[in-house]
Design a protein around this ligand. Sequence first.
Ligand SMILES: NC(=O)c1ccc[n+]([C@@H]2O[C@H](COP(=O)([O-])OP(=O)(O)OC[C@H]3O[C@@H](n4cnc5c(N)ncnc54)[C@H](O)[C@@H]3O)[C@@H](O)[C@H]2O)c1
Length: 375
Amino acid sequence: MIDFAVVGIGRMGSIHSSNLANGLVEGARLVAVCDTDMAKLQEFKVKYPEVLTFDNHITMLKECKLDAVLVATPHYSHVQIVTDTLNSGVNVLSEKPQSVTIGEAGKANIVAQSHPDLLYGIIYNQRTNPVYVRAKEIITSGALGGIRRVTMIITDWYRSQFYYDQGDWRASWSGEGGGLLINQCVHQLDILQWLTGMPKTINAVCKTVNRNITVENDVTAVFEYENGASGTFVASGHELYGTNRLEIAGDNGKIVIDNMELTFIKYDESEFEVNSKVTEGYGETGASIERLKYEGDWRERDEKYGQQLRVVEAFTEVLLGKRTAPIAYGKEGINALSIINGIYLSAYAGKKVSLPLDAKEYDSLLDNLVKGESK
Ligand SMILES: NC(=O)c1ccc[n+]([C@@H]2O[C@H](COP(=O)([O-])OP(=O)(O)OC[C@H]3O[C@@H](n4cnc5c(N)ncnc54)[C@H](O)[C@@H]3O)[C@@H](O)[C@H]2O)c1
């Protein structure tokens, strides 16, 4: 049995803790929760009297015998809690993002490397979505061929002024280290890099449209990849009837994921073959079509308990020796974060940036953005 503690029992952490306390994760149980908000702890104690409660994670790590800690606190605290947990000899599963800056994420990765016997995972739950899993299989198998173009449009993260006015740590440079990108789009940018690899350069524009916030809710970025492919990433949080679409065009076919339905168009002949054969200005070939929709029991369960549950289950299975790898290792968190930090650096410093970024240059930009907020 894997004994878990959850640190941070707010919106997300209370879902994790009730899933664990209610026995939804086979082979795991909840033994403790920790939150700095006493009212939340008291409320939790009434519901789950057998679970220990703590108001700071250091005391919890000292007093409690744990196998795993799940971190669901605001972004800036992730790395500290993750590294304290690993240094106490306990496995750790962190909510996304890994951190706010690549500099901090790098520190967590160094600590994790010094504990090779411990598991450090990150909750990138969208990697469990069957349409992305299938896209990964298609790309890894070579069926798509070399990637030529990547286009992602995610404008269905609608957030009203009311959402921002709830007034906690959200939607500020000082509170969460960014807006739409670091909070919501970190999932999509992880999927993007998981499927297509990391871009080499980033050129981006970030804007705040029709909201009284200091961070971005509108992003357009252009990526260049090592193999010559181009990428465009468009995201916003103010568009009604938003779009959720990913297109990956390759030499041998095209993957389109639109509103959680995957279509794989596999050309009968590669574009190279078509181009080498045709003797007129146009070209075409036949194609086979595969479709897969994220729906049915799988989706219903995700909607009922949270897709994040699958990541906690997989993490537990690894600890129990029933599975070889988690859905995502913590150290992979730095990839989406590098793209996010890169977009911010490009947009707010007004230049094209190359990856890997200079962590210190990003820290200094963020410092200025935080200072600008208090003026
Ligand atoms: N994987 C997902 O799809 C998903 C969805 C929502 C939120 N999240 C992530 O979960 C995390 C929490 O988000 P939320 O919406 O639950 O926020 P929240 O503000 O509702 O909850 C955060 C909780 O952490 C507590 N807290 C703050 N600092 C603490 C500390 N040092 N020690 C212990 N407790 C502390 C707060 O009191 C609060 O109860 C964020 O990283 C967020 O990005 C992930």
